[in-house]
Design a protein around this ligand. Structure first.
Ligand code: MEV
Length: 312
C-alpha cells in the first residue's frame, strides 16, 4: 500500500507580523507549489517502526530515535495522539517539497499538513481541515514560538482566508482571479528571529508600532473588500503601502527592496515582501501582459527563482 497526500504553500497578501498582535491578515494558498508526503509499508524483515525521510534535506531517521523537537516526528506524534495512541506503523514516511525552506511561503506548515494527512490515511482516517490545521499549529509552536496560526489555517483549508488570531478563520472567495509573481531572494530567514526582532522593537516604541500594526490591519480589510468584489487591481497600492510598513518595522532587507522596486519599475501594480521577512520571497501583482517583463526584471534584480501563480 502506498498513500500520497499533499498540501499547498501560501502567501500573505497583507498583514504579516501585525497579525501576531491581533490585527487581521489576508493569506491565499499557492496550489502550484506543494509539499508531498508518501507512506508505504516497510519491505524489510526488520520491523523497526516508522522511518521518517526528509528527502530535500537527505535526512532519514526512525521515529523512536527522533527528539521531541524534530518537526516530522512532532507531527507524527500529534497524529498518533489524536487517533488515540495506536502504535506507529512499520512503514516509511517520505516528505519532499517544491517550496523553499525558510522562505516565508509556509514550507514547514505544508510539510506538516501533508505528512499528517498521509499518516492518518494510512491508518484509515481522513482528517478534516480544522483538525489537520490544529495538529500542524502545535508543530508551528515548537518552531516559531508564538505563531498566529495563519500559515496552518490557509494551508489546511487551501482557501483564501481573512484571519484574526484567536477567532474562527473566515474563508472567502476571490471574485476574479489574479496573477502573482513570487520571487525568491535566496536568503533563508528564521520566522522565530524575525518575530522576536519585531517584538523587541515594539517594546522599545509601543505607540509607533501599534499605529503601524493598526494600519496593516486596515490594509488587510481593504484587501478583502477589493478581492471579494473582484477589484483585484486595487490590491496594488495596498501591497505597496504594506511593504513600506514592513520596512518601517525593520523586517525588509536591501535585497528585498531591490526586488520590489524592480517589479514596480517593470510594470507590476504593486509589490511587497511576503511572510516574516529578513529574507525569503516577495510577491508582485501583475497582469498577463506585464508578467513576462516583470519576471525578467526580478531575475535581473537578483531573484534566484520566480514562480507565476494564479490566485482565486
Ligand atoms: C507567518 O507566515 C508570518 C508572521 O506573521 C508570523 C505569524 O503570523 O505567526 C510573521
Amino acid at each position: 500500500m502506498l498513500i500520497e497526500r499533499s498540501a499547498p504553500g501560501k502567501v500573505i497578501l497583507c498583514g504579516e507580523h501585525s497579525v501576531v498582535y491581533g490585527e487581521p491578515a489576508i493569506a491565499a494558498p499557492v496550489s502550484t507549489l506543494r509539499a508531498i508526503a508518501t507512506i508505504a509499508a516497510t519491505e524489510t524483515a526488520l520491523k523497526r517502526g516508522l522511518r521518517l525521510i526528509a528527502a530535500d534535506l537527505e535526512e532519514s531517521l526512525y521515529l523512536g530515535e527522533a527528539p521531541a523537537t524534530h518537526p516530522l516526528a512532532a507531527i507524527v506524534r500529534q497524529v498518533l495522539n489524536h487517533l488515540g495512541g495506536p502504535p506507529a506503523p512499520n512503514a516509511i514516511l517520505t516528505v519532499r517539497s517544491a517550496l523553499p525552506i525558510a522562505g516565508g511561503l509556509g514550507s514547514g506548515a505544508a510539510i506538516s499538513v501533508a505528512a499528517a494527512r498521509a499518516l492518518a490515511a494510512y491508518l484509515g482516517h481522513e482528517l478534516s481541515p480544522e483538525t489537520v490545521s490544529a495538529l500542524a499549529y502545535e508543530v508551528e509552536r515548537l518552531h516559531h514560538g508564538t505563531p498566529s496560526g495563519i500559515d496552518n489555517t490557509v494551508i489546511a483549508h487551501e482557501r483564501p482566508v481573512y484571519f484574526v488570531k484567536g477567532s474562527a478563520p473566515e474563508l472567502f472567495t476571490i471574485a476574479a482571479p489574479f496573477t502573482l509573481l513570487i520571487a525568491n531572494s535566496g536568503i533563508a530567514a528564521s520566522t522565530r528571529e524575525a518575530v522576536a526582532g519585531v517584538r523587541r522593537r515594539y517594546e522599545a516604541a509601543p505607540t509607533e508600532y501599534v499605529a503601524r500594526f493598526a494600519r496593516m490591519g486596515a490594509l488587510a480589510q481593504a484587501a478583502r473588500e477589493a478581492l471579494t468584489q473582484g477589484q483585484w487591481a486595487t490590491l496594488g497600492p495596498l501591497l505597496d503601502e504594506n511593504h513600506a510598513l514592513l520596512q518601517a518595522i525593520g523586517v525588509s532587507l536591501p535585497a528585498l527592496d531591490r526586488l520590489v522596486e524592480a517589479a514596480r519599475q517593470a510594470g507590476a501594480l504593486g509589490a511587497k515582501l511576503t511572510g516574516a521577512g529578513g529574507g525569503g520571497n516577495v510577491i508582485a501583482l501583475v497582469t498577463p501582459e506585464t508578467a513576462g517583463e516583470v519576471c525578467l526584471a526580478l531575475e535581473k534584480a537578483g531573484a534566484h527563482q520566480v514562480w507565476q501563480t494564479t490566485v482565486g
